[in-house]
Design a protein. Structure first.
Length: 555
């Protein structure tokens, strides 16, 4: 027989009028069932599932959750059922009695009885079948929660039972205050000791450049901040435990205190479980990184031997040994990170994936120029277009190469300036290397001048060779040469080629050579009209020897 649940203002209705209403509802339900069964191709549905379904509602008594109502009972929504059950509980508690709770099976679920009276029903629609729940199991848990709630309600109505709770709460408050005072004293003692230690060891632990970089109190903050953070964590833990203990002393707040402890233990258990689950992955990741470190050290030692000349290798020299070592180690570390990535805790989380996508996007947008410079630097290194210490000319910049890096090339000019040129610019510019062939008879240095057609070219060549002989910085292994490189409209273009052993002295040598050229031409009465010679002047443009040293010049 199906038990029908009716409540008026929270109490059962036992009047004759209610009996007639119940009989009327039963007849209507039977007629609706017959009509549904007689309809063509329409399966019969349970009465509680007819009509629109409402949202589930939690039944809580004395702040304690009993169970969740999900089904409609004869058109009554779960919220209305919850209000009706709460009102009935209030009537039962006011009436007194043992408040004995038991269950009884019914056709569509399990009935929960209190002192023999129906309190509520756990219907088939109230259980979550996907989670493996059954009406019997849900009803058994509801009975346990209900008995605990009834006990707390009786305790809340007993003033004598609250006196020990108040006493325990005052004692817990006193102990919490003492614990907080001890934490505060321990923090002050630890901070004072750490500050004294930091001040005494500041000179020995931090070099001068690091103190200027991070400030004189960096070591003190490094030691004091963790101590204060630990003290703050202990304070929060003491307050958390005190609050949970006090809330558990009183019936009305006991579920909140239990929830605090349960949440704390759940978080600690989850943290411990996560750490235990991450240990194998961390072990494998640490093993991969350790082996990678050993391998990279071996690669670095090998190329250090190549750079020092102890290990001869045909495909790499002392200049490209260091960048080759860095490049190979970077590739090794990249493969190690890819291999260890699945074992690192948290890499599968959505937050980590989002950070990875963001970092990859930023690198892809901002690193195109850096990659271009790095590739150009590798090309310069491995093509050996220039080496540190060589004297080169790149565009309008002339000087000694200090370093060829992955991003830029640094050159020290003759004016003692350091010029940094991006590698992409160097790769796209013609580079003159004056030092590469200097060991084979020196480097050829040209100088040009134009002389009119009225000057015998043999005399001009002899005077240029005489000026070259007077120049001390010119190498003597290969004799100087004079070439007539152009026959122009008003003059002949002569090019004097000389050799120097040290390319860095090129400008100094040219300055001395040009001075001797002027002296020789003045001595032999040949005027120099270079480079804009068009016609002979009325008088030759010469400087006689007696006028070579006018003030402030000195012999």
């Amino acid at each position: 027989m199906t038990t029908i649940e009716f409540r008026v203002a929270g109490a059962p209705v036992a009047s004759r009028h209610a009996s007639w209403v119940a009989l009327l509802w039963l007849c209507c339900g039977m007629l609706a069932g017959i009509a549904n069964a007689a309809g063509p191709n329409r399966p019969a549905e349970p009465a509680e599932s007819a009509g629109p379904q409402h949202e589930p509602a939690d039944l809580t008594i004395a702040n304690r959750r009993i169970f969740t109502l999900r089904a409609d009972a004869f058109g009554v929504a779960p919220e209305v059922r919850v209000d009706s059950i709460r009102a009935t509980v209030a009537v039962l508690v006011d009436r007194g009695g043992p408040l004995a709770v038991r269950t009884a099976p019914i056709a569509d679920g399990v009935a929960v009885l209190v002192d023999g009276s129906l309190l509520f029903r756990v219907l088939d629609g109230d259980v979550n079948r996907e989670a493996g729940e059954t009406p019997e199991a849900v009803a058994a848990e509801a009975v346990r929660n209900l008995e605990l709630a009834f006990a707390e309600l009786r305790e809340a109505r007993d003033s004598r039972a609250l006196l020990p709770a108040i006493g325990y709460s005052l004692l817990a408050t006193l102990l919490a205050g003492i614990a907080l005072w001890l934490v505060w004293r321990a923090q002050r003692w630890a901070v004072t000791r750490l500050q004294s230690y930091a001040q005494s060891k500041r000179e020995s632990l931090l070099p001068t450049w690091s103190r200027q970089l991070v400030g004189p109190s960096a070591l003190e903050r490094l030691l004091v901040v963790p101590a204060r953070l630990l003290a703050s964590l202990l304070v929060l833990l003491v307050l958390y435990d005190w609050l949970g203990f006090v809330l558990k002393r009183f019936p009305f707040t006991r579920p909140w205190g239990e929830a605090l402890f349960d949440n704390l233990f759940a978080v600690l258990a989850k943290l411990a479980t996560g750490i235990a689950g991450a240990l194998p992955g961390l072990f494998f990741a640490a093993l991969i990184f350790y082996l990678t470190r050993v391998l990279t050290r071996a690669v670095r030692a090998f190329f250090a031997g190549v750079e020092e000349g102890r290990i001869p290798v045909a495909w790499v020299d002392d200049v490209t040994a260091r960048p080759t070592s860095r490049l190979i180690n970077a590739v090794i570390w990249l493969f190690a990170f890819v291999a260890a990535y699945p074992y690192i805790p948290g890499t599968s989380s959505e937050a980590f994936k989002g950070i990875g996508v963001f970092v990859g996007l930023m690198l892809s947008i901002g690193s195109s120029g850096i990659v271009n410079q790095a590739v150009s630097g590798l090309m310069l290194m491995y093509t050996r277009a220039m080496r540190p210490g060589e004297f080169v000319k790149i565009g309008e910049t002339e000087g000694t190469v200090k370093s060829v890096g992955f991003v830029n090339t640094r050159i020290e000019t003759l004016r003692h300036e350091e010029v940094s040129i991006p590698n992409a610019v160097v790769a796209a510019t013609v580079t003159h290397n004056y030092s590469r062939l200097a060991g084979d008879g020196g480097v050829s240095v040209p100088t040009k001048l134009t002389i009119g057609y009225d000057a015998p070219w043999r005399q001009v060549q002899s005077m240029l060779l005489l000026a070259a002989q007077r120049t001390q910085a010119i190498a003597r292994e290969v004799p100087p040469r004079v070439l007539q490189t152009a026959l122009l409209d008003f003059y002949v273009e002569y090019t004097l080629l000389v050799r120097i052993s040290d390319p860095t002295q090129r400008l100094t040598m040219l300055g001395e050579l040009h001075g001797h050229i002027q002296d020789v031409f003045n001595e032999h009465g040949v005027q120099i009209m270079s480079p804009n010679y068009e016609a002979d002047p009325a008088e030759p443009k010469l400087v006689p020897p007696e006028k070579w040293y006018p003030p402030p010049a000195q012999r």
